[in-house]
Write a protein that binds this ligand. Structure first.
Ligand code: SF4
Length: 377
């Protein structure tokens, strides 16, 4: 199995809470970047050991839907020629309402994209305004309708919670409205005030307040209860899916499997030794210069040792409902997980569900994830 992440670091405007690597780019910047991506693919091919065709490809950002369907098609063609794409590959594209219409979505579908992740974030006008999003509720609904008309039968919607002045009742109504749209997959994002963002400054000045730990926990519980009652599987801390609709690409990441990457700001993981993480710096000029000189723009970020690999395996696996598989742990690391993490397992036992095969957190454990997982790190 082999996967690829493609980073598109451009957005129509910068949302005031966002600290992802993205910037407002002109059409000329975007066109040039697509050419660089195609160069990146060829250089990646020269620097990679032979791998099976990609079984998952994920266009993330930023706003990949700023690219035309022809540009997405050219990238997919180049991937097909250089690496191959499996017949049943999952090909996801992140799109934002306000940047897509029916013709563009039909073009994406024809180019081979078969999973759309729509950043609707909210279904209330007040919240969309607060978040500085470029779209309205009407546009969000129109994008979903257009995606269905274009033939997307695997649709993921993003929903943000823990917003300033969002109470349980309004969140509940919002989730009901979301469920009426019947998406196959839902990703949740609890608002956080990241340093360096406009939201963080507005919080410091007292203009915005975070929702507080108790309300955050209550909202998370409400989301879990409402979505599970609607037959969604809560299969990862922040992700829900209808049966059979889990995101295959993200599961590769949580399973610590090979995932190559192209594009400035992209991260990759290589199953070599105990594992290596690489990244491409978030510097568009440097990215361009490296590629034009025929150099691989990726830099080694971390080489894992045995201990580090075991820790990261558990860190990622416990994010998922499947949890850490004891047999898989032993197979990969040649040591029993109970022996390696005996103290951590004892300290977190109250929140852990265990049987002969797995350890996993219940969702109350996920709420305390950062604290609980620190016992394993
Ligand atoms: S659209 Fe997404 S990536 Fe772009 S600025 Fe807004 S939150 Fe960040």
């Amino acid at each position: 199995m082999s996967s690829l992440y493609v980073h598109i670091p451009f957005c129509a405007s910068k949302c005031p809470y966002c600290d992802f690597f993205s910037q407002v780019g002109s059409q000329q910047h975007i066109d040039e970047y697509v050419e660089l991506l195609n160069l990146n693919i060829e250089i990646l091919k020269r620097n990679s050991s032979p791998s099976p065709p990609f079984s998952t490809i994920f266009f993330g950002g930023g706003t990949p839907s700023l690219l035309s369907s022809r540009q997405i098609e050219s990238i997919l063609n180049s991937l097909e020629q250089n690496f191959g794409i499996a017949m049943d590959a999952e090909i996801t594209l992140e799109a934002n309402p306000g940047t897509v219409d029916l013709a563009k979505l039909q073009g994406y579908r024809q180019a081979g994209v078969n999973r759309l992740s729509l950043g609707i974030q909210s279904l209330t006008e007040k919240n969309l305004k607060l978040l500085g999003r470029i779209h309205s509720v009407k546009q969000a609904r129109e994008s979903i309708f257009a995606a269905r008309t274009a033939g997307f039968d695997n649709l993921s919607l993003d929903l943000m919670f823990a917003l300033p002045s969002q109470d349980l009742r309004s969140l509940e109504q919002e989730v009901s409205a979301l469920l009426n749209l019947n998406p196959e997959h839902i990703s949740l994002y609890g608002l956080s005030f990241e340093e360096g963002t406009e939201f963080s400054l507005r919080r410091q000045s007292g203009e915005l307040a975070s929702c507080g730990d108790n309300l955050y926990a209550d909202q998370y519980q409400l989301l879990h209860d409402q979505l599970v009652a609607a037959d969604y599987e809560h299969y990862e801390i922040s992700n829900f899916a209808q049966p059979g609709q889990r995101c295959r690409h993200n599961q590769i990441y949580w399973q610590r499997r090979n995932c190559l990457a192209i594009g400035a700001g992209a991260h990759s993981f290589i199953e070599q030794g105990w594992g290596e993480r690489w990244h491409i710096p978030t510097n568009l000029q440097k990215y361009k210069e490296s590629l034009l000189q025929g150099e691989n723009p990726a830099e080694l970020l971390e080489t894992y040792d045995h201990q580090g690999a075991m820790r990261e395996f558990v860190y990622l696996a416990l994010r998922t409902s499947g949890g850490a598989d004891l047999h898989e742990f032993k197979r990969r690391f040649e040591r029993p997980m109970e022996e390696v993490f005996s103290v951590a397992l004892k300290n977190t036992g109250k929140y852990l569900h265990s049987n002969n095969d797995h350890y996993s957190f219940e969702q109350t454990g996920w709420l305390l994830y950062d604290h609980l997982i620190s016992h394993f790190l």
